[in-house]
Write a protein that binds this ligand. Structure first.
Ligand code: SF4
Length: 334
């Protein structure tokens, strides 16, 4: 999986780090470093090199461990924060914003979960009903069988029943979650697209069918679930494709139990748009014109975005999803 693993000297002998190293598959060269910030992303590495040569860095997250989320980030009126437990991802969605965000596709796994949790406690003391989100800079579960950090976070949310956690994923790696007892304030949210969308855009991710099966296992064990239908990419069949996907969803989970459904249309910052054009010039994303919109991001035009989101919203309502739990993601308010 990784060519080289760089580990911070003072973190190397921790039981947590040793656990990660022992669970990493394959052979790799282990390199000790003083501080990952002096190495990771210091020189530009083309994003698509992740296909052949991917390195891993293990060390402490410095600086801000938990950040306030931007406007319209999540469900509800409470304050939203996200915490950072890793950088980069083993999957390769062609629209992924990480490709223009970091200088390198090399992964980082952070070791200081206790410090992250302390920071979350301080925030929770101030805003008891707040939300925390995992998965902003990586997939939350893709490597969870190696990192095994989730038991610490479940303990925190058991002690803080008013605070809420969203674990965002496209992975089917749910074994570590199934070892936990479900909590009403921990929501596992799956990003889903139609089967065609998943094949064409969510490269190297688990197929739609296996994602639905993973959701089914969690639903049957009583976990709270959410869904992100985001990003929608226009194709002539997009409506029937999403209708079929939602019908399949109802065969796997009880959609009336869903916590929330977010809907969003593909969008990029200028830098990410440039990078995506360079890396995936044949993507269907570019078959429909996109322009700079209200917040400087590059999107389809506004009538098109709202038409797409409202189509998918009606399809959700037709399958029995309560309209009150559906929200439009990262759009202006009016
Ligand atoms: S799963 Fe998320 S983080 Fe990973 S490549 Fe896809 S969009 Fe990026």
């Amino acid at each position: 999986m990784f060519n080289k693993v760089f580990v911070e000297k003072d973190q190397k002998d921790l039981a947590y780090t040793q656990g990660i190293l022992s669970r990493l598959p394959g052979k790799f060269e282990l390199v000790e470093i003083d501080n990952l910030d002096d190495y990771w992303g210091r020189s530009k590495k083309p994003y698509l090199q992740k296909r052949e040569k991917l390195n891993l860095y293990i060390g402490q997250k410095k600086g801000e461990l938990v950040k306030e989320a931007p406007f319209a980030y999540g469900y509800g009126k409470e304050k939203h924060f996200y915490f950072i437990h890793a950088y980069n991802c083993i999957y390769e969605c062609d629209y992924c914003y990480l490709q223009g965000y970091f200088q390198t596709p090399d992964l980082v796994l952070f070791t200081n979960h206790d410090a992250i949790i302390n920071s979350m406690q301080e925030i929770t003391n101030k805003y008891p009903d707040c939300w925390f989100h995992a998965g902003e800079y990586s997939d939350s579960l893709a490597l969870s069988h190696i990192t095994r950090e989730w038991d610490k976070y479940f303990d925190f949310f058991k002690r803080n029943p008013n605070a809420k956690l969203e674990i965002r994923t496209k992975s089917v790696n749910v074994k570590v979650l199934l070892e936990q007892n479900p909590l009403p304030n921990v929501i596992i949210s799956f990003t889903l697209g139609s089967e065609a969308h998943t094949k064409n855009h969510d490269l190297k991710t688990p197929p739609l069918k296996t994602r639905l099966k993973a959701m089914q296992k969690l639903d049957q064990k009583g976990f709270e679930l959410g869904i992100h239908l985001d990003p929608l990419v226009y194709t002539p069949n997009f409506e029937s494709d999403y209708q079929h996907m939602l019908q399949e969803l109802t065969k796997h989970i009880d959609v009336t139990r869903l916590h929330y459904v977010s809907i969003g249309v593909v969008r990029f910052t200028k830098d990410v748009h440039k990078e995506v054009q360079q890396n995936y010039s044949d993507s269907m994303i570019f078959a429909t014109p996109m322009n700079k919109s209200f917040d400087g991001k590059i999107r389809y035009n506004r009538p098109m975005r709202y038409w797409m989101m409202n189509k998918v919203k009606s399809l959700c309502i037709d399958t029995g999803i309560d309209s009150q739990i559906i929200y439009l993601c990262m759009e202006d308010d009016d």
